[in-house]
Design a protein around this ligand. Structure first.
Ligand code: NDP
Ligand code: OXD
Length: 308
């Protein structure tokens, strides 16, 4: 029985050390040192090999090394293999920092002051309390909830939207397509923290932008596939969307010459909102393996019928 790791080898060395210390009975191998393919029961990967089913016929669990699993072709993974996304405190901490920074930068007019500085212009603007800003988070999963806890702590007026109805203290929760219009109408700063699925691809489109209050900000930290880029550019041109902060795009890297690179009201970061931390990720997978062996549900188990 082998655990195979196929991702960044430098981080893999940290995983190997953690496994050797905390789960010494389970042989840990790093790609391409696969050993006997029949012995591979557990695979941690961002991009699994294409011929997964034939290559590792006894595979039981495929762990994503990231929170998303949209990079997997679920139809090519045998139904007997459990697919598990990464739930670990390092990813959560990074996302909370990034979204809090992004929301605060909008709330406190950071771009305006940078522009004014370059123009040598000393001009204070009114400072509003956080409670005057209505933030809405699409996706109330592990990351959406953590982000909302941080924003609520700062006093923002918070709402959230999910597929199934959720309840979160101090957050105005909405669910399903019927809950979306009301959620959007009360959202000045929109944060996308949805998984990319057939249902959510292209959700950040003209129809959605038109339902936001004029001049709203869009922060996309989900996936580039959530955004219809030409609709965003149009909404920025008309002023329907005031600013956008984009950590993800499609494709990545964003091609040279793409208008988003130079748009004055777009802030672009290269998919760095959050990163899996190898120490805590290895510990989370070790915990999950123990749960699996005890017959308990693993944290982050993907429901294939929903795609997340
Ligand atoms: P979770 O699976 O924990 O949460 C997903 C949330 O989205 C749930 O609340 C779910 O609703 C909701 N949702 C899914 N489909 C729909 C739908 N059709 N309509 C409405 N709501 C829907 O995911 P995480 O919070 O762990 O991660 C979210 C995403 O963040 C990842 O999939 C990844 O794409 C992205 N990410 C980006 C990173 C970056 O660096 N930019 C880093 C890490 C993650 P319900 O509660 O009803 O199930
Ligand atoms: C992830 C990511 O899904 O980094 O973890 O985007």
């Amino acid at each position: 029985m082998t655990f195979l790791y196929k991702a960044d080898p430098v981080r893999g060395a940290v995983w190997a050390e953690r496994f050797a210390r905390k789960m010494p009975a389970l042989p840990f191998r790093t790609w391409p040192d696969v050993g006997d393919p029949h012995a591979v029961r557990y695979l941690a990967a961002w991009e699994p090999p294409a011929d997964l089913a034939n290559r590792f016929p006894n595979l039981e669990v495929l762990f994503s090394t990231g929170a998303g699993t949209d990079q997997f072709d679920l139809s090519a993974i045998p139904a007997t293999v459990a697919v598990v996304r990464m739930v670990e405190p390092g990813i959560v901490g990074g996302m909370v920092e990034y979204v809090t920074l992004a929301v605060l930068s909008i709330h406190r007019d950071w771009r305006t002051y940078l522009d004014q500085q370059r123009a040598g212009h000393w001009q204070p603007h009114r400072v509003y309390p956080a409670a005057a800003r209505r933030v809405g988070v699409l996706g109330l999963g592990v990351l959406g909830r953590a982000v909302l806890a941080s924003l609520r702590g700062l006093g923002f007026d918070c709402a959230g939207w999910s597929r199934s109805p959720q309840q979160i203290d101090g957050v105005d929760c909405h669910a399903g397509p019927e809950g979306l219009p009301h959620f959007l109408a009360r959202t000045d700063i929109l944060v996308c923290l949805l998984p990319l699925t057939d249902d959510t691809r292209g959700i950040l489109c003209r129809r959605l932008f038109d339902r936001l209050p004029q001049g709203a900000t869009v922060i996309n930290v989900g996936r580039g596939g959530h955004l219809v880029q030409r609709d965003l550019l149009q909404a920025l041109d008309t002023g329907q969307v005031g600013q956008a902060i984009l950590d993800v795009c499609e494709p990545e890297p964003l091609p040279r010459g793409d208008p988003l690179w130079t748009h004055p009201r777009v802030v672009l970061t290269p998919h760095v909102a959050s990163m899996t931390q190898p120490e805590t990720a290895a510990d989370a997978v070790i915990d999950n393996l123990r749960r699996h062996w005890e017959g308990l549900p693993m944290s982050g188990l993907v429901d294939r019928s929903l795609g997340y």
